[in-house]
Design a protein around this ligand. Structure first.
Ligand code: GAR
Length: 208
């Protein structure tokens, strides 16, 4: 898709830790639930991220771009270069715990997705499940959205709802939300790739 001609969309996934959403995406690609796509690279800002080994086991290339006290702009420049070098069409943040610079956003405008463990716009930022419990909501869930300059505030692509139980702890609630995240993220990526393909076809027909 990078040139508008390749049929398999190239997905780059950014992680900082466990990487269970990355695994859900990779498995959805390999089983064809996300059709005509491939995971081009998994990039982590943490050298010890457990997700790195899970990606390697699946034969996916991994890259570590450590922060090493650099500015956000410097760090992001290296990540963008790594994504561009692999002709990535779509960037999926999967538990990537760093806000992106304007330069990163501009490089992949409209092509960066994030998954967040709440029904946005409720409970953006850190510890979304804890925020939901403290607020006493009866329903929460997860959201996949486009990433823009706002904190977890970009346009929403898809959501799933999860009931909050009276005896829920942060752990039990997080676990139940995570089950839904693993279904939701592949579904949302499929929707966005369909839209990107349609816009490429439209562009081509406009040019011809
Ligand atoms: C997931 O619950 C994801 O929604 C959340 O971090 C976890 C990462 O788990 N992301 C955020 O809170 C982003 N604001 P994973 O590494 O196993 O996918």
């Amino acid at each position: 898709m990078s040139s508008g001609l390749e049929s398999r969309a190239r997905i780059g996934i950014l992680i900082s830790g466990r990487g269970s959403n990355m695994v859900a995406l990779a498995d959805a690609v390999s089983t064809g639930r996300i059709p005509n796509a491939q995971i081009a690279v998994v990039i982590s800002d943490q050298v010890n991220a457990a997700g790195l080994a899970k990606a390697k086991t699946r034969g996916i290339e991994t890259v570590v771009v450590e922060r090493r006290g650099r500015s956000r702009e410097d760090h992001d420049r290296e990540i963008v270069a790594a994504l561009k070098a692999r002709r990535v069409d779509l960037v999926c943040l999967a538990g990537y715990m760093r806000v992106l610079s304007d330069e990163f956003l501009d490089a992949f405008r409209g092509r960066i997705l994030n998954i967040h463990p709440s029904l946005l716009p409720s409970f953006p930022g850190l510890d979304a499940q804890k925020q939901a419990l403290e607020h006493g909501v009866k329903w929460t869930g997860c959201t996949v959205h486009f990433v823009d300059e706002t904190l977890d505030g970009g346009p929403i692509i898809a959501q799933r709802v999860v009931p909050v139980r009276d005896d829920d702890t942060v752990e039990t609630l997080s676990e139940r939300i995570l089950v839904e995240e693993h279904q939701l993220y592949p579904e949302a990526v499929g929707i966005v790739l369909d839209q990107l393909r349609d816009s490429i076809i439209e562009d081509c027909s406009l040019q011809s």
